[in-house]
Structure formats: structure tokens, C-alpha cells
Ligand binder design. Structure first.
Ligand SMILES: Nc1ncnc2c1ncn2[C@@H]1O[C@H](COP(=O)(O)OP(=O)(O)O)[C@@H](O)[C@H]1O
Ligand SMILES: [Mg+2]
Length: 422
């Protein structure tokens, strides 16, 4: 009896294999999805409880990011046990997975969907019920990714050259200008790349557009003085922030002010680090007073940015970086070195990292969307507006109590009149 079983076994096995292969071929032909045999996986790795019970497959269903296995959880095992085999399972499934517990069952979602590699920018619709700034910046498999400046006021945009930083800066500025009126929001632009943000220099919203470190320094100091003034005002009315202040009946509402620094490395030309020192203070205080900072840079290591300042830039929009070390600097984890470039990003907010695709906007579209806010400011006018930093008041010296006689700075405004033709 037992010998006949032995003879038949290989035949049955091979018959089974033939059936399985032809069933698979049939499924492929009919375009029916075949799923990886996850229970077989658990058997192979002996994933069982002390009574040799394995997880049971309840069902497989389509889910937002791909498909999900719903499994029973044998007595004594927990989600942490499942997480221990996550890496091994991902190799077999050839996809990333997420493991969650739901009402005593285990859900393993296999992420097969990919984010599109180009998502066209659209002017966002504003939710007028919000008393704070919130703008969409990218799409992820979980939906739209928003920057909420009330939650996290300051933003770091980083990535190697050509990875998508400037396109992202332009999409953010275009949204801000279209969603908030010039009386609600002012822009202060420091553009060390000179041409990247030049399109925005003539807008009603734009109160300053500077491209050299001396002007930048004074502009930052000016905003710091404004920040101090706002705190004094809060103190007077016994409120803690702009949101409560603006609710005071009959009060002259404070507006939002955005300081945007494109290619932050330009700040290093300031050898005395005056700008950096003020920025450090500004970034830690500005949250309450409706003033927000954006800094874009290729690398965010200590040779480029003060570490205290970096720690205060809580929203992280990270495009492809050179290597793992650069990824760790800005995300506390690797991964950004594997991004595809072209606006593919890891966005970290409130401790959570989300793979995203930033919106794509062409320069011609930026110009189209912002043209109704353009006023006729010539380069001379902008230069004139910056001249206040050149006389004796020197906000930077005032803010840092620098000795006026020490090492007089030379203020040179380069001739950038060619910007008028851009
Ligand atoms: N969000 C995006 N989607 C698709 N392509 C993009 C996106 N952002 C950038 N790119 C592509 O990458 C190029 C370089 O982008 P850019 O923002 O100028 O890089 P960086 O400022 O990081 O040097 C763009 O000209 C465009 O072709
Ligand atoms: Mg750039």
C-alpha cells in the first residue's frame, strides 16, 4: 500500500505542476490576476505559533495602492511578528508592502501602483474657511500632499542640481500669489541664482527681490525687526499668535509674509554670517507671527546651513540627492538617493515620509498664471526699494547690535538691469 503511494506521488506532483502552470497560462491569457501564494510563503519560513498554527488567508482584494491580503492572526502572534518577515516577503512579492492590524486580522497591502512621473500644475482652489496658509505641492499614492504653514512654518527644499527644486519653488510661489491677495500675503525673495525667481519680482505681492548677500542680510534683518514688532503687539493684546490676534474685533489684521531663499548657498558669501545668525533667530520665532521661511539648496550639510536653522525647517521637500549620506542629512533615513529626478520627491512632514511627485509647471505657465498681479515696477524701482538698506539705518547692525564703526561693509548693487528684459 505504502509503496504504491510512493510510486504515484511523483506522478501526482507533476500532474499538479502541469495543472498549475496551465491554469496560470490560462489566467494570463484571460488577463486574470494571479496572486502570490502567501500561505505557502508562511509555511516555507515556518511562520507559526507554538501550536503550529499558520496564518489563514481570508481573502484578497483590490486596494488603493495595489491589492491586499486579509489574513487571520494565529493565537500568540502579533503584528510585530509579521513585521519581522516584511523584508523577506517584499523580496518574494517584488514590491513594497505595508502591514497593518485591523479588528484582529492582519492586512498586508502590496503596493503595485506607481505615481505618475509628470503631474501638470493646476492653480489650486482656496478653502476660505481656513485662517492659515495651506497649499498643495505634490501628489502621492495617498492623495494630494499639502504644505500647512500653521502646523510647520518653515520649509527646506533640497536635491541635486536638475532634480526639480526650482520648478517646485515656482509652483509654490504661483499658488501663493493666486490663492492670497496682495493685502493678505507679501513675498520677500532672495534669489542668488538671479534668474530663477525673477518672474515674480514685479508682482503686487512682492515687497523685495534681492540677489546679493548684503541686500539679503539687510532684508532678513528688516523682517526680524517686523517679527519683534508683532510679538510686542501680541503682548499688548494678550494673545499668543497672529491667528488669535486677527480674531480681535475691529483690529487691523496682520498679513502673512513669506521669505523665500533660492540657492541658499549664496548666504555663505557673507563671511561674518550676519544673515545666517539672524535667520536662525527668525526661523525659531516667526511661526507665531505669520512669517514663514522657505530655503532651497542642493546640499543641506553644516558647511552650507547652520544646523539649528536646519532643525527649524520642519517641512522637508527632498528631490534626488547624490548619495545616502545626503539623504540622511535631510530625512534621517536613506532613500532620496534612489529617486528618479524630474520632481520625484520624498516629502517629510510631522515625522512621516511620503513618496510624491511634485507638480510640473513651465516658465510660460508661471507667467500666464501670475500676469494679472504684475505691476509696472522697473528694475530701478526695485533697486530704489532696496536702497533703504544702504543708508545709515542698516537693520542688520541694529538687530545684532553690531558696532557701526567695525569693519564697514561695502554695499554694491550689481547692475542687473538686464532683468527687465526677462
Ligand atoms: N515636477 C516635475 N515634473 C517633471 N519634470 C520636472 C519636475 N521638476 C523638474 N523637472 C525637470 O527637471 C528639470 C530641472 O528642474 P529644476 O527645477 O530646474 O532643477 P533644480 O532647480 O533642482 O536644479 C526641469 O527643466 C524639468 O525638465
Ligand atoms: Mg534650480
Amino acid at each position: 500500500m505504502s509503496s504504491s503511494k510512493n510510486i504515484l506521488n511523483p506522478i501526482i506532483d507533476s500532474l499538479y505542476d502541469v495543472c498549475k502552470t496551465s491554469l496560470k497560462a490560462f489566467y494570463n491569457l484571460m488577463n486574470i490576476e494571479t496572486y502570490f501564494d502567501i500561505i505557502n510563503f508562511f509555511k516555507q519560513v515556518e511562520f507559526k505559533n507554538k501550536k503550529s498554527m499558520y496564518p489563514k488567508l481570508i481573502k484578497i482584494y483590490e486596494s488603493p495602492k495595489g491589492y491586499t491580503y486579509l489574513l487571520s492572526c494565529p493565537f500568540g502572534l502579533s503584528i510585530n511578528d509579521f513585521i519581522k518577515v516584511k523584508d523577506a516577503l517584499e523580496i518574494q512579492l517584488k514590491n513594497k508592502i505595508t502591514i497593518k492590524e485591523r479588528k484582529g486580522y492582519i492586512e498586508i497591502e502590496v503596493i503595485t501602483k506607481k505615481i505618475s512621473n509628470k503631474i501638470e500644475y493646476k492653480v489650486p482652489k482656496r478653502n476660505y474657511n481656513l485662517g492659515y496658509i495651506e497649499i498643495p505641492i505634490a501628489e502621492s499614492l495617498d492623495g494630494t500632499v499639502y504644505l500647512n504653514l500653521k502646523e510647520n512654518p518653515n520649509t527646506l527644499i533640497s536635491g541635486t542640481t536638475g532634480s526639480g527644486k526650482s520648478v517646485c519653488s515656482k509652483s509654490i510661489l504661483t499658488s501663493l500669489v493666486n490663492m492670497y491677495s496682495p493685502s493678505e500675503l507679501e513675498l520677500y525673495l532672495i534669489d542668488f541664482k538671479i534668474v530663477e525667481l525673477a518672474m515674480f519680482r514685479n508682482l503686487k505681492h512682492t515687497k523685495a527681490y534681492v540677489n546679493n548677500v548684503d541686500d539679503a542680510k539687510e532684508l532678513i534683518a528688516d523682517l526680524m525687526i517686523e517679527c519683534d514688532k508683532r510679538y510686542k503687539e501680541f503682548f499688548k493684546y494678550d494673545v499668543a499668535n497672529i491667528y488669535d490676534y486677527n480674531k480681535i474685533p475691529g483690529i487691523n489684521k496682520m498679513n502673512f509674509k513669506i521669505l523665500f531663499i533660492e540657492e541658499f548657498i549664496g548666504m555663505l558669501e557673507d563671511k561674518r554670517k550676519v544673515g545666517m545668525t539672524i535667520l536662525k533667530k527668525f526661523a525659531s520665532l516667526c511661526r507665531a507671527c505669520g512669517m514663514y521661511l522657505f530655503c532651497s539648496m542642493q546640499r543641506a550639510d553644516h558647511t552650507v546651513i547652520d544646523l539649528v536653522l536646519r532643525a527649524n525647517l520642519n517641512n522637508r521637500i527632498i528631490f534626488r540627492v547624490e548619495d545616502e549620506a545626503n539623504s540622511k542629512l535631510v530625512l534621517d533615513s536613506t532613500g532620496a538617493e534612489k529617486l528618479n529626478g524630474n520632481g520625484h520627491a520624498l516629502i517629510k512632514m510631522n515625522g512621516k515620509i511620503v513618496e510624491s511627485q511634485a507638480y510640473f509647471i513651465k516658465d510660460s505657465q508661471v507667467k500666464e498664471y501670475i500676469k494679472k498681479y504684475v505691476v509696472n515696477k522697473s528694475y530701478k524701482d526695485i533697486k530704489q526699494a532696496n536702497v533703504k538698506y544702504l543708508n545709515n539705518t542698516k537693520p542688520a547692525d541694529k538687530v545684532l547690535n553690531l558696532n557701526k564703526d567695525s569693519k564697514q561693509q561695502e554695499y554694491i548693487l550689481d547692475d542687473l538691469s538686464f532683468l527687465d528684459n526677462i
